[in-house]
Design a protein around this ligand. Structure first.
Ligand code: ATP
Ligand code: MG
Length: 379
């Protein structure tokens, strides 16, 4: 490049407007993250970038994205110098992102919120709630939706592992930036406790923790938020209903009659809390042998039974959204952090989960008594 072709300061800033902060999802030029731009006579461009916090886990990616964006101007060399925002700058950023409110509000509970919130609930433990949650989340993200997951199972948090992330959330001022895995934003209590230490939480603390997950985390504009609830009809389910009254319940059960009975009770909590039941997913429905036979390991009929009985008790159709077969790959994929809908998309279990995700993505909200916010499928 000759000196006559040097880009201007404006050229460089325009190029930088294509760089988004990976956690916030907005251009760094809008976030006050560009500290300065220097253009030397030999065409070398040096860009100063403010990180939101020291040791920001995204700094390598930011450096790379910035370098690539400026390289596109055809300059011979790009240098990125990192600095860290001051407290004042962070406060300014928080104001920019969510206004000057004192008490953080739960965005999903505000009138006009376009985010569909699903609480994944079950009666019994171990029926596959967390597995279903991560697969639905990833399948919805694949459909182009912006998706968040809250691991509200304070005692048994397993979501980060199933999504393959061990990243900690970043704090900017008093906002929490959720890590992302497979295009899904995820927050778990496990991210706030060192190592694998068990957490003893009591009711009010649970409520507070959940409120914090929902209010202090910067989720951006979500199409769907999935909450993985602990098994049973405990405190958390009631808290969710109080914090996000328009959250819908998604019931997971196995085909077993005993499991179905408890699942019905978990679903029936919707009657008391006046929440809508979005549907039922039956998991571990059968095991298919190589010659195509289905072994019904846990019996049959549980999912349909829960759907029928909840339809009757809530007085609105509660669909059986799918029957997910047993598949060792589903467990393996969960253990190694790539949900089966990504790792083995053609597996029957993956197909059922994808279809359920599709039904939950496209169905418009709004029964009597609910806001009629119709969100188009995809974006
Ligand atoms: N369809 C399936 N095929 C094979 N394994 C499955 C299937 N669904 C779930 N599993 C496995 O069963 C175990 C329990 O599943 P998961 O952790 O998702 O259940 P949960 O309801 O969230 O449990 P908890 O009540 O402990 O939170 C996991 O090891 C998971 O990998
Ligand atoms: Mg679980």
């Amino acid at each position: 490049m000759t000196s006559t072709q040097l880009p201007s300061d404006d050229d460089v800033r325009r190029a930088l407007s294509a760089v988004k902060d990976p956690e916030i999802g907005k251009p760094i030029t809008d976030l006050g993250m560009v500290k300065d731009v220097r253009i030397d006579a030999d065409g070398t461009v040096t860009v100063g970038i403010y990180l939101t916090v020291a040791g920001c886990p995204m700094k390598d990616r930011l450096t790379r994205d910035t370098t690539e964006a400026v390289q596109r101007l055809g300059v011979p060399d790009v240098r990125v110098e990192l600095d860290v925002m001051s407290d004042e700058q962070r406060t300014e950023l928080r104001r920019k992102l969510r206004g000057d409110v004192k008490d953080p509000l739960i965005p999903f509970a505000q009138p006009g919120s376009l985010t569909r919130v699903y609480c994944v609930a079950s009666g019994k433990g171990g029926v596959g709630k967390s597995s279903v949650t991560v697969n639905l989340a990833v399948a919805m993200a694949q459909r182009g939706l912006s998706v968040g997951v809250v691991d509200a199972d304070i005692y048994g948090h397993s979501i980060p592992r199933m999504l393959g992330t061990s990243e900690k959330p970043t704090k900017v001022d008093d906002m929490i930036m959720p890590p992302q895995a497979h295009d899904v934003k995820v927050i778990s209590i496990g991210m706030f406790t060192p190592g694998n230490t068990p957490v003893v939480w009591r009711g009010p603390m649970l409520h507070r923790a959940l409120q914090q997950f929902l209010a202090d985390v910067f989720w951006g504009d979500l199409d769907v938020l999935l909450l993985d609830l602990p098994p049973g009809t405990g405190d958390i389910a009631i808290s969710v209903a109080q914090l996000i009254p328009n959250a819908e319940i998604l019931v997971v059960t196995t085909p077993q009659q005993a499991a179905a009975e408890v699942a019905e009770r978990a679903g029936a909590i919707a009657l008391q809390t006046r929440q809508r039941v979005a549907g039922v997913i039956e998991n571990m429905s059968w095991l298919e042998t190589e010659d195509g036979q289905r072994i019904e390991v846990f019996g049959s009929g549980g999912g349909q039974r829960v759907a029928d009985s909840l339809s009757k008790s809530v007085g609105a159709e509660v669909p059986l959204l799918g029957q997910v077969p047993l598949d060792p790959r589903l467990r393996e994929n969960g253990d190694n952090g790539t949900p089966i809908v990504l790792a083995n998309p053609d597996a029957p279990a993956a197909q059922v989960l994808r279809t359920a995700a599709e039904k939950l993505s496209v169905r418009a909200r709004g029964l009597a008594g609910m806001m009629l916010n119709v969100t188009p499928a995809g974006r």
